[in-house]
Design a binder for this molecule. Structure first.
Ligand code: FMN
Length: 152
């Protein structure tokens, strides 16, 4: 089985989360994981994967514009029965987590994908990070959860 982790990142923290998730997925040895920055992903290749993970920094309570565009782009592809998982990084504050908006956007735009959407939110210490130390192990663990979900 094949997984692709697509992320956007302004200051590099969401990139680190994406890398750790890939490590977590790869450790199990059953799922082949590819990492792609969102600006470099070839969206036409997305249907080659069994699970698509999308990550974004929280920008004003939602994902970045590139992430929204990517999710909207999935609409035109054969996404039936595909797994989707989402993750974000956030600083905290009054706005909601970006994963919440990502989830509702996926439900709206990609209705054929599997309804179970795993999600992860990782807290950073300030606008530019770094990631809170306690949060780091959750990233690899999320990778393990992905493999468990797919091998059910
Ligand atoms: C324009 C902008 C808006 C942001 N808005 C929020 C917000 O509403 N809530 C929040 O928790 N963090 C907010 N942040 C902080 C981001 O969560 C933080 O910069 C990000 O997680 C770092 O990830 P990155 O290193 O991958 O860019 C904002 C950051 C930027 C640059």
């Amino acid at each position: 089985m094949k997984a692709i982790v697509v992320y956007d990142s302004k200051y590099g923290n969401t990139k680190i989360v994406a890398e750790k998730i890939v490590e977590g997925i790869s450790e199990a040895g059953e799922v082949d994981a590819t990492l792609n920055r969102i600006s470099e992903v070839d969206i036409k290749k997305i249907p080659d994967y069994d699970i698509i993970l999308v990550g974004s920094p929280n920008h004003m309570g939602g994902p970045t514009r590139s992430v929204k565009k990517f999710i909207d782009g999935l609409k035109k592809l054969e996404m039936k029965e595909k797994y989707i998982a989402i993750f974000d990084t956030y600083m905290g504050g009054d706005f909601e987590k970006a994963v919440k908006k990502m989830k509702s956007r996926i439900k709206e735009k990609v209705p054929g994908s599997k309804p179970e959407i795993l999600e992860l939110s990782i807290k950073v210490q300030g606008m530019k990070g770094p990631i809170e130390v306690d949060e780091l192990p959750k990233c690899k663990e999320f990778g393990h959860n992905i493999v468990n979900l797919m091998s059910k």
